[in-house]
Design a binder for this molecule. Sequence first.
Ligand code: AR6
Length: 183
Amino acid sequence: MEAKINETLIALACGDITEESTAAIVNAANARLAGGAGVDGAIHRAGGLAIMKECRKIGSCPTGQAVITSGGNLKARYVIHTVGPIYRGGLKDEARLLQCAYRESLRLASENSLQSISFPAISCGVYGYPIAEAARLALQTCIEFAGENTGIELIRHILFDRRTYEIFSIEFKKLLFNHNNGD
Ligand code: AR6
């Protein structure tokens, strides 16, 4: 499903983010930028060693922040590495940090004049964030960003499995309803 907010199309799709041809794809990394399991492992496998070399040079990335490298062998020209929060029950500032991770990634894309970006479901795997809550925060942040006309034409959310896609779709419909009714 998809919806246009100002000049930005926000789209949800089921799939593998390493196959995306948006200008940038976002990696759900860890603070050491050391590679790992899940989408991080998949991106480094598909993108090749050049990405890890750049990550080593950068060194680290605090939770809620983002850094940019080239896309190596990927179709995407850039990888934006962000670090979502580990979910520890919801009282450790996780919601704000998850929103920051999306917002900082979008800001980096906009600053680098990139017109399209694809996100995975940050923190929804190894880091254990409840998916509906994470989806709401992710989509709300993207809708707000689109409202600011930042030159980004396309934001894609690439959900790896059907269940995550369905949950994101439900949350997106609720947010669009509120958005269109002036909340
Ligand atoms: N394309 C799209 N989504 C994917 C892919 C893929 N190829 N592979 C997995 N996902 P996770 P996190 C989904 O665990 O929770 C790593 O070890 C997955 O199903 O990758 O932010 C890092 O190094 C889930 O919905 O990221 C960190 O240490 C979502 O991507 C830690 O995991 C995120 O799951 C980060 O944990």
